[in-house]
Ligand binder design. Sequence first.
Ligand code: AMP
Ligand code: ZN
Length: 218
Amino acid sequence: MLGTVVVLQRARMASPRKTTKRPTTGPSSTSSGPPAKKGHWSLGLLDTMKDPSFQVYTDDRVVVIKDKYPKARFHYLVLPREQIAKLKALKPCHLDLLRHMEEVGDKVIKEAIGEEGLTYRLGYHAVPSMSHLHLHAISQDFDSPTLKTKKHWNTFTTAYFVESKEVIDQLEMDGKVDTSSKNPDALLKLPLRCHVCKLELGNIPKLKAHIVTHIKKS
Ligand code: AMP
Ligand code: ZN
């Protein structure tokens, strides 16, 4: 049985509190280097998780928050209450939790999108910038002023975005999750390509002007 949805509103309507400055996404100092120190921006999700103005759903196992720098009209993060730093830390005992995270993410974004007719995806970044495991639930319009860079685009529209189902299947089959075979660094360098019609665009402003033409059609 799922818990209570506290607030559902368009992700871009968030009015976040001011916190320490940090890149909206960036190369991870937590994924390969030493653990981040207390107060480091990469630990920001742990603070936001506790902030009722960001929470849209809570239960005894997960908290769902609005993404502070949404990359689409609807963009949520599903976080386990259990301390799990990253995909690599997952063990088969987490399978049930991952399925729950997917179920909750699906319910939250479906309810938020309502009748707007947008599609959405549920997945993890191959190499996240932020510490603490988080499942993205994101609508596929990518119509957001905080989507600004090629890195933003490629992390959500190439194989860098690993479907929740793929993570669960891998954990089930291999007993662990390893995304290194995807060659994530190379994926970030791919040319900008529309996720709907695959047209290649020369820069972010051109891409953004193009993708809005697909909204309502996708
Ligand atoms: P990633 O670690 O690449 O999977 O993505 C981290 C996501 O967290 C991005 O979509 C950011 O916009 C979002 N984000 C970054 N800092 C915060 C924060 N303090 N609170 C909520 N969301 C955040
Ligand atoms: Zn297109």
